[in-house]
Design a protein around this ligand. Structure first.
Ligand SMILES: NC(=O)c1ccc[n+]([C@@H]2O[C@H](COP(=O)([O-])OP(=O)(O)OC[C@H]3O[C@@H](n4cnc5c(N)ncnc54)[C@H](OP(=O)(O)O)[C@@H]3O)[C@@H](O)[C@H]2O)c1
Length: 265
């Protein structure tokens, strides 16, 4: 049986990806910081805990990432799929965002994925498996008030390109998915510029969490390198590529207020 490890598998998109990986007959490990959330998801997806296991770990701690991979290998002897999905967003203008928030954004969204990849790569290579990175439309073109998040997700683009160039001849699949507005977990929180946690805004979502998980699985099966989701994602990619000045002009005028952002779901 193939073995998958999904960071951020306790909630949201990661939980739906875990559900689909189980349907595909894989053994699934979900990883997150909150033990209760992990337990809740494990009970929901595999009440007998036969094919789904949880690992409580923080991806910003590289030794915890090593322990997580070691645990999977000790228990199951192989790793076929790593979905680097753990991530967290923020709101705040560049001049208001504290260095601590900036560091947290880069740590969670970029370094956490890079640490997991570093420890998983020898095992994934042995299986000619897949490593998937969950990015965001803001990595295609930064928008106001999310610079730290956009930078963390943007770094994944360059990282995956270098990684792919190094490992594709060994049969390893590297995929990056640029996710657009997706329904949020009711408990989801994000960082404000000063580091306090704030609830999410009401907004129109283009996708459900299940939709995004289905795209991820499609990407894995077809070994696709890159996937941009939502009509907005396709439109903004096209605009940025062929009309970069118009794209800059439109985005500079998109400046939502913090009040809009902080309106609770
Ligand atoms: N939802 C959207 O509209 C959207 C749009 C674009 C991109 N994305 C990206 O898609 C991914 C999933 O988003 P989502 O909306 O499903 O998020 P979510 O509901 O907030 O879930 C995030 C998951 O990541 C885990 N996590 C966060 N920080 C972690 C850390 N330091 N170490 C280990 N686990 C950590 C969380 O568990 P704990 O808190 O218990 O650790 C949770 O399981 C993220 O990378 C996000 O940036 C989402």
């Amino acid at each position: 049986m193939k073995v998958a490890l999904i960071t951020g598998g306790s909630k949201g998109i990661g939980r739906e990806a875990a559900r689909l990986c189980l349907k595909e007959g894989m053994i699934v490990y979900i990883l997150g910081r909150d033990g209760e959330a992990l337990e809740e998801t494990a009970n929901l997806l595999d009440p007998e805990q036969k094919v789904l296991f949880s690992i409580q770990a923080d991806v910003t701690d590289h030794l915890a990432c090593k322990r997580a991979i070691d645990e999977v290998i000790t228990r199951h002897g192989r790793l076929d799929l790593l979905i680097n999905n753990a991530g967290m967003s923020m709101r705040g203008r560049v001049n208001e965002t504290t260095p601590e928030v900036l560091e947290a954004m880069v740590h969670i969204n970029f370094l956490g994925s890079a640490y997991m990849t570093y420890y998983a790569l020898p095992h994934i290579t042995g299986q000619k498996g897949s490593i998937i990175f969950t990015s965001s439309l803001v990595a295609l073109h930064g928008v106001p008030k999310v610079a730290g998040y956009a930078a963390g997700k943007g770094a994944l683009t360059a990282y995956t390109e270098s990684l792919r160039a190094e490992v594709s001849s060994k049969g390893v699949h590297i995929g990056i998915i640029y996710v657009g507005f997706t329904e949020n977990d009711p408990k989801k929180v994000i960082y404000s510029a000063d580091g306090s946690l704030m609830p999410l805004s009401k907004r129109k979502n283009a996708h459900t969490q299940q939709d995004v998980a289905r795209y991820m699985l499609k990407m894995i099966k077809r070994r696709k390198k890159r996937m941009v989701l939502t009509p907005l994602g396709h439109f903004s990619s096209f605009l940025y590529r062929f009309f970069p000045n118009l794209s800059d002009w439109i985005i500079a005028r998109f400046n939502p207020t913090n009040a809009q952002y902080s309106e609770a779901n």
